[in-house]
Ligand binder design. Sequence first.
Ligand SMILES: Nc1ncnc2c1ncn2[C@@H]1O[C@H](COP(=O)(O)OP(=O)(O)OP(=O)(O)O)[C@@H](O)[C@H]1O
Length: 257
Amino acid sequence: MATKGKHIDRTKQVIVIRDLHKSFGTNHVLRGIDLDIYQGENVVVLGRSGTGKSVLIKIIAGLLKPDKGSVNVLGNNVAAISYRELEQLRLRIGFSFQSSALYDSMTVRENLEFPLLRNSKHLSAKQVNQAVEEALEAVGLSQTINQWPAELSGGQRKRIGIARTLIMQPAIMLYDEPTAGLDPITSMEINDLINEVQQRYNTSSIIITHDLTCAKTTGDRVAVLLDGRFVQEGTFEDVFNSGDERLKSFYDYNFIT
Ligand SMILES: Nc1ncnc2c1ncn2[C@@H]1O[C@H](COP(=O)(O)OP(=O)(O)OP(=O)(O)O)[C@@H](O)[C@H]1O
């Protein structure tokens, strides 16, 4: 298993969020979020369903606008930059969605080639092929190159989704519920892969989850989101040894469901 925290550069912040607020009508979802993420760091955002985890990563990726506060990603104020600058920024951010969102009508190779051919038109066929092979090797699925998504298991599809993201060499990875719907062994493989990606590509990552094993395994730091605010932040052990009563319901939720 990869060692956590090995490459964190605490002199370089890749994401800086201050006093972030976001409402939808009367639903005040984010109520004053502060968050700093360093180069090479895996930060887990842990929270129950509906607490605004997805809203937070959509704001980081510029897909939703904050009502108040600042969000700086890789030196860009995401609420203020032009659409073109936002597009360039998004190329440096990799998303791993709950559904792996592969194109069923394309082979694994074609799925991986797709973002490269669309965004890096100067590459030769040989370079594209090399990039595909390297990304597949990074997720341990070189042998699936000519298969169709329908022929893969849920865990394999998730890995291919991550490979398709890695092919663009992102500086930041955003993982939305990476272990949702996977059995415990496959979940552990995905957790290990998240750590391996961090080490191999020196990415900074936000992992949003309500899976405590995922949080413990992948998080250099864990931030607990409750009622629109971070109520605890630290190592997994710090957070869960804190005795904070507000985390109790979260624990119960995790072990009962
Ligand atoms: N585009 C939107 N318009 C209106 N309300 C929204 C929108 N996006 C999210 N919300 C609301 O914001 C709240 C937080 O949603 P969000 O998807 O961030 O939750 P979450 O913490 O990611 O939950 P889950 O773990 O179930 O995915 C919910 O009440 C949701 O209904």
